[in-house]
Design a protein around this ligand. Structure first.
Ligand SMILES: [Mn+2]
Length: 337
C-alpha cells in the first residue's frame, strides 16, 4: 500500500472523526451539481444554437477533462486543455482544416468547457465518484444532438469514463481506434485500477468496445500481449507498420456497432514530432501517418479524445501543443457533418 498516497487527495487524508461525514458529502454533492450544471447549460445553449441554424447532423464539441493524478510518472497532462485551445485559435495558421472544414463554423466545432477536476478533488471526492462525474458530463454533451464529445485530456485514465458514457448513451458498444505507443491494458498498475495504464482493461471488461484496434505500439510487456489476447484486441506494433500500413490507411469501422470512437495518445507519434509527452518512446508514427489513418477511415465517428499531451515537457515555443491542436482540428472535421 506504499503508493496509496499517490492516488489519495490530501482532503481524503485529513478527514477525521471531528468532521461529520454528512457535512462533507453534502458539500461534495453541491460542488458536483454545480459543475454538471455549468456543462449542461453550456451544452444546451450550443445545441439550441445549432438546431436553430439547421443543416447539421453531427458537430464536435470540446470538453476538457484535466486529470493528471492517474499518471504513473508525470502529472503534467492535467494542464493540457487550455494549452490545446490556445493553439487551436492562436492565429499562426488559418481556421480551415485539411479537408476544407471551417473551424469557426459552430456546425463544425463548439466548446462546453472543462470538467473542473481539480476543484472536485479539492473537496475530497474519490476517483470512483470523479469517474462517474466525467461519465455524466459526457452524457450531458450527448443529450444535445447534434453535439458530439471531442474530449481534451488529461492523462489516458479519462478514456474509460468517456467511452463508458458513449456506449451507455448509444445503447451498445462502439469500435475503438486507439493510437498509442502503449496498450494501456494492465489489469491494474501500481495498485490503481484507474491508472492511465489500465483504461483499456476497464473499457474491455465493461463491454464498451466491440472491436479495439491499437496502433503505434512499441512499448508493450508480456502482460500487455496477454491482456490483449484475453480481450481479443487487434494490436498493431510499429515494428510491422510498413507491412500493416495499407490496412491501417484504409480502415472501415463501426458498422454493426454504435459507431467509432477514436482515442489518440499524443505519444503514438515519434518524439521527433511530439516531444511534449510524459513517456518519450522513439520509433513512432509520423504526423502524416496519423492523418492518413484518420482522413481515410470510413465510419461514423461518434466521439473522440486527445490525451497525454504534457505541456511541462513541451518545447519553449509550444510545438507539441500545436501538434495536439492539429489532431483536435482534424478530428473535429472528421466528426462533423
Ligand atoms: Mn502512451
Amino acid at each position: 500500500m506504499k503508493n496509496l498516497g499517490r492516488f489519495t487527495h490530501y482532503m481524503q487524508k485529513i478527514i477525521t472523526d471531528n468532521v461529520p461525514l454528512s457535512l462533507l458529502e453534502k458539500g461534495q454533492n453541491r460542488v458536483i451539481d454545480a459543475s454538471l450544471t455549468l456543462i449542461r447549460e453550456r451544452a444546451r445553449l450550443k445545441g439550441e444554437l445549432l438546431r436553430a441554424l439547421g443543416g447539421c447532423v453531427a458537430s464536435s464539441s470540446l470538453l476538457g477533462v484535466p486529470v493528471g493524478h492517474n499518471s504513473s510518472f508525470l502529472q503534467g497532462p492535467a494542464f493540457a486543455p487550455p494549452r490545446i485551445r490556445e493553439a487551436i485559435w492562436c492565429g499562426s495558421t488559418n481556421s480551415t482544416t485539411e479537408t476544407g472544414k471551417e473551424l469557426k463554423d459552430p456546425r463544425v466545432l463548439t466548446d462546453v468547457g472543462d470538467v473542473p477536476v481539480q476543484e472536485i478533488r479539492d473537496c475530497g471526492v474519490d476517483d470512483d465518484r470523479l469517474m462517474n462525474t466525467i461519465t455524466d458530463s459526457v452524457k450531458l454533451v450527448m443529450d444535445e444532438a447534434p453535439l458530439r464529445p471531442l474530449v481534451l485530456g488529461g492523462d489516458h485514465s479519462i478514456s474509460f469514463p468517456v467511452v463508458r458514457a458513449v456506449a451507455e448513451k448509444l445503447g451498445g458498444p462502439v469500435d475503438v481506434l486507439h493510437l498509442d505507443a502503449h496498450p494501456d491494458i494492465y489489469q491494474s498498475f501500481e495498485g490503481n485500477k484507474y491508472s492511465h495504464a489500465s483504461s483499456f482493461a476497464r473499457i474491455m471488461e465493461g463491454g464498451y468496445a466491440r472491436r479495439l484496434l491499437q496502433v503505434g505500439l512499441r512499448s508493450i510487456t508480456k502482460e500487455g500481449h496477454e491482456q490483449g489476447k484475453k480481450f481479443g484486441v487487434e494490436q498493431f506494433e510499429m515494428q510491422t507498420f510498413s507491412r500493416d500500413r495499407d490496412l491501417l490507411e484504409n480502415l472501415k469501422l463501426g458498422e454493426g456497432a454504435k459507431g467509432v470512437y477514436i482515442s489518440i495518445d499524443v505519444d503514438c507519434l515519434d518524439p521527433a514530432f511530439a516531444p511534449g509527452v510524459s513517456h518519450i518512446e522513439p520509433g513512432g508514427l509520423s504526423f502524416r501517418d496519423v492523418l492518413n489513418i484518420l482522413h481515410n477511415l470510413q465510419g461514423d465517428v461518434v466521439a473522440a479524445d486527445v490525451v497525454e499531451f504534457n505541456p511541462q515537457r513541451d518545447t519553449v515555443d509550444g510545438m507539441t501543443a500545436m501538434v495536439a491542436a492539429k489532431l483536435v482540428r482534424e478530428l473535429a472535421a472528421k466528426m462533423s457533418k
